[in-house]
Design a protein around this ligand. Structure first.
Ligand SMILES: Nc1nc2c(ncn2[C@@H]2O[C@H](COP(=O)(O)O[C@H]3[C@@H](O)[C@H](n4cnc5c(=O)[nH]c(N)nc54)O[C@@H]3COP(=O)(O)O)[C@@H](O)[C@H]2O)c(=O)[nH]1
Length: 529
């Protein structure tokens, strides 16, 4: 059951975010798709308009090129007939004519005709190709006039009816809402269709295309509201998926929170009902095979789920602060286990501390209260901190206070986090534990083996004792022994053991039949160089 105050808590915020995230992502994707789709449609409309203009003007220019030889000739019936042919070949051309270098029209497809066309304004020119929109002298209609001029300015021209231009091209339109215009040069209209641009509010969408062949361009303009209608269409398609995803994520978040809450309640109950156990993982002096101590590891014996691994509940215990009473319980158990036991002077018990336990003096007070004057004194403890240990003022003060009572300080899991030499120098520890992920590469991977060597050298430079953890094979043991590593832990020696079994192991260790000693004679396992 979830607490009713959930929606006002940080957990409530997580559920809300889990629910909102897919909706925001889907809405964002729909908005982007709508914009891309609108751009695609505008591009396509502008491309079509330019391609139509290129095709129609190209037809006229080709016809004129084919008759360029007539320029400068007399206006004979044969010339007139050839000019007239232009009007049959190109459905756009209403008339064609020849003009001399002074801009005097002297021959047309309709016969000899003289007129001064030299003053016509608003032309665009690319090489010998001149185009303008104006009233044709012969037809007196608004036309596109296309001329091919030689170097001496004499040339041949054709008059194309703009109304026909419109009829022969693809109809200009943009889903009824926009405007399309094709212009000659910068702004002389050849064709326009659709709504007036001024009616499209302040910032309409606009796409322009310029022809590579002729001096014409097309512009498609639509009101900004157009993107909203496409957005609504996309939302209708994908919104349902977004809502389902949102519900699924919210449900997963709720389930995760419910699991966490039930784990927290379970941990509290476990403390009350004494469901925790301590297992001891032997620490071996590998130069003489003596058991010189152990790491105390917590276990949760759940009434229904059996023995639960600590990595399944320690993170929640750390987040909720329950790690403090759990460690307190563990330390009391460890003290009681070793009360009255005859322990060698160099015997040590390692206890794991969470980063949160270095934030205040609680752990200092707990250790003093639990171990002072006992068989297992504070000086016989090694306190293990991971690389997540905060080296700040508070952390430093806690470490200094702990040191005055005598425990050794170890840096656990070294090399698995982001800390490096600088961190290690600031840490001022007594022991450095080489993480099992590195130890287990011995005999397999040359690169990471070099990492093990580097960690060993680093610890020596900083005057720290080395404990290699996760030793599982004789090869690893021999390798570490050869490099002078003093201590090791691992399944090669023993699994973490309940107290009675650990005591039995300790008392019988070293034993003449210890399997890892016997394995020194094992023929097949080679120590890597
Ligand atoms: N803050 C606290 N953290 C604790 C406490 N008790 C345990 N832990 C942390 O939980 C993590 C998992 O621990 P555990 O499942 O007990 O595993 C330990 C060993 O069993 C395992 N190990 C040791 N040797 C080997 C080996 O040869 N092979 C192999 N596959 N595993 C091996 O390593 C764990 C000990 O790791 P470390 O602490 O880094 O030395 C673990 O992070 C515990 O620290 C607690 O009371 N408080």
């Amino acid at each position: 059951m979830l607490k009713p105050s959930l929606m006002r808590s940080p957990e409530g915020l997580i559920v809300l975010l889990a629910a909102l995230l897919p909706l925001v992502v889907i809405a964002g994707l729909c908005w982007r798709t709508a914009n891309l789709e609108l751009e695609r449609q505008l591009d396509a409309a502008a491309d079509t308009a330019v391609a139509d203009a290129d095709r129609l003007i190209g037809d006229i220019v080709t016809g004129l090129h084919e008759r360029e030889g007539l320029v400068g000739t007399d206006c004979t019936p044969a010339t007139i007939e050839q000019l007239d042919h232009l009007t049959y070949e190109s459905p756009l051309v209403r008339s064609a004519g020849l003009f001399d270098g002074k801009g005097q029209l002297y021959c047309t497809s309709r016969g000899a005709f003289r007129a001064d066309i030299s003053t016509a304004a608003g032309s665009t020119r690319r090489g010998g190709l001149v185009m303008r929109v104006g009233r044709a002298i012969v037809t007196n209609r608004t036309s596109l006039i296309v001329q091919l001029r030689r170097d001496d300015e004499a040339g041949i021209g054709a008059v194309a009816d703009l109304a026909l231009f419109d009829q022969l091209a693809t109809p200009l339109s943009f889903e009824g809402a926009g405007a399309v215009s094709v212009v000659l040069g910068e702004a002389t209209p050849l064709r326009t269709a659709g709504r007036p641009i001024e009616s499209m509010a302040k910032h309409p969408f606009c796409v322009s295309r310029r022809s590579h062949k002729f001096d014409v361009a097309a512009t498609v303009t639509v009101p900004r509201a157009m993107v909203w209608s496409l957005f609504r269409r996309e939302l209708a398609l994908f919104g349902a998926a977004g809502v389902m995803l949102s519900a699924m994520l919210a449900w997963l978040a709720l389930r995760g929170i419910a699991n966490r809450q039930s784990l927290t309640r379970g941990l509290r109950a476990a403390l009350r009902r004494r469901q925790f156990e301590v297992h001891y993982h032997p620490v071996i002096d590998i130069q003489n095979d003596r058991c010189v101590g152990a790491e105390a590891l917590i276990r949760w014996r759940h009434p229904d789920r059996g023995l639960i691994r600590p990595d399944l509940f320690i993170p929640v215990a750390e987040e909720t602060g329950l790690i403090i009473p759990i460690t307190r319980w563990l330390m009391n158990r460890v003290r009681d286990d070793f009360e009255g036991v005859d322990l060698p002077r160099d015997f040590h018990i390692a206890i794991n501390l969470a980063p949160v336990q270095f934030k205040d003096r609680t752990i200092v007070d707990d250790i003093r209260a639990i171990f002072s004057g006992r068989n297992l004194s504070p000086a016989m403890l090694v306190l293990e901190a991971t690389e997540r240990f905060p080296i700040d003022d508070a952390g430093r003060k806690v470490i200094d206070a702990l040191r005055t009572m005598g425990p050794g300080i170890a840096l656990d899991d070294f090399g698995t986090g982001h800390s490096g030499l600088a961190y290690l120098q600031k840490f001022h520890g007594d022991y450095l534990k080489i993480d099992k992920t590195f130890v287990q590469t011995i005999g397999t991977d040359a690169v990471t083996r070099t990492v093990v060597d580097s960690i060993i050298n680093l610890a020596r430079e900083l005057d720290m004792e080395i404990i290699a953890e996760g030793v599982e094979t004789v090869t690893q043991l021999k390798y570490l022994r050869q490099r002078g590593v003093p201590y090791a832990q691992g399944f090669l020696f023993a699994q973490p053991l309940p107290f009675a079994e650990f005591e039995n192991f300790r008392r019988t260790h070293p034993s003449p039949c210890a399997h890892h000693l016997k394995a020194e004679e094992a023929p097949r396992e080679e120590v890597p160089a």
